[in-house]
Design a protein around this ligand. Structure first.
Ligand code: SF4
Length: 274
């Protein structure tokens, strides 16, 4: 058993799984190495997420499509776009997505949580994280919680994405404890296409994801401990070069990232203004 619980979010664990070196740059090295410029796709994702959060903050009678331009404009993040024309075109696409999406929602329905922080402990982890939405639904055996995650990326999503998402599974694990009701269903809502990718977990599949998260945490703690004892940080947190490098905030400071083809901050939103 570890001496202390590993305090983490699903995103922190995911960063290590993707690339231990990126984890080190993000969470271990202090001061944090300089990051690249902000990404337009992150700005877009944040803007849409906040608009949806604020839509749910309104009284039910005000949750109307007409309020969406005001909500989106109020919290629109401007960083990363090539120019004002690209930003405007992307704003319009985001507004279209939101209008189509809220047309599928029942404004009278109150979720259990919106941008809700959930937390839970295991023998190894002190987990916390912010779920986009936790729905209050009635399943075959009565009330249940459903984890909803909004996606705004270019690629479509499948049930395999929902099944494989460790973050969604960890949110479900934590939500069960917090709301004291079953939480096995996880959903990815892809706003650009309206696709909802669903997976129904079981107690066993959630348990497997928690065990995997614990193994990752133990690996991280072992690497951090070794570095504290004088081991080479480059060896303990090796690079994992691949397709992620082009999108990595630390590409310029990482020896492996320097080999990757650089992406412009707006590359991932270029198709929206074409
Ligand atoms: S550039 Fe690639 S190898 Fe380097 S930290 Fe980022 S993801 Fe890892």
């Amino acid at each position: 058993m570890p001496e202390r619980l590993f305090v983490c979010t699903p995103s922190k664990l995911g960063t290590y799984t993707d690339c231990p070196r990126r984890y080190r740059y993000s969470y271990v090295d202090r001061p944090t190495p300089p990051k690249g410029a902000p990404w337009a796709h992150n700005s877009l994702g944040a803007s849409v997420h906040t608009a949806l959060k604020n839509w749910y903050m309104l009284p039910t009678e005000q949750r109307l499509p007409e309020v969406l331009p005001r909500l989106l404009k109020a919290t629109w993040v401007r960083e990363g776009y090539r120019d004002v024309d690209q930003e405007r075109a992307t704003y319009q696409r985001a507004l279209d997505w939101l209008e189509s999406y809220v047309a599928t929602l029942d404004p009278e329905e109150e979720p259990l949580g919106v941008e809700r922080v959930v937390a839970a402990k295991t023998g190894v982890l002190a987990l916390n994280g912010r779920a986009d939405r936790i729905d209050n639904r009635v399943g075959p055996d009565g009330p249940e919680a459903v984890i909803v995650d909004y996606k705004t990326g270019r690629s479509g999503l499948s049930a395999d994405d929902a099944r494989g998402s460790q973050a969604l599974a960890l949110y479900a694990f934590a939500a069960q404890r917090i709301f004291r009701r079953p939480c096995y269903r996880v959903e990815l809502h892809h706003l650009p296409t309206g696709v909802v990718a669903v997976h129904e977990h079981t107690a066993e599949s959630l348990d497997r994801q928690v065990r995997r998260a614990e193994e990752t945490a133990l690996d991280i703690m072992a690497a951090e401990k070794a570095v504290a004892a004088g081991a080479d940080p480059d060896e303990q947190f090796p690079v994992n070069p691949g397709s992620l490098c082009g999108w990595c905030d630390f590409r310029k400071v990482c020896p492996a990232g320097a080999q990757a083809v650089a992406k412009e901050p707006w590359t991932a939103v270029e198709h929206l203004s074409a």
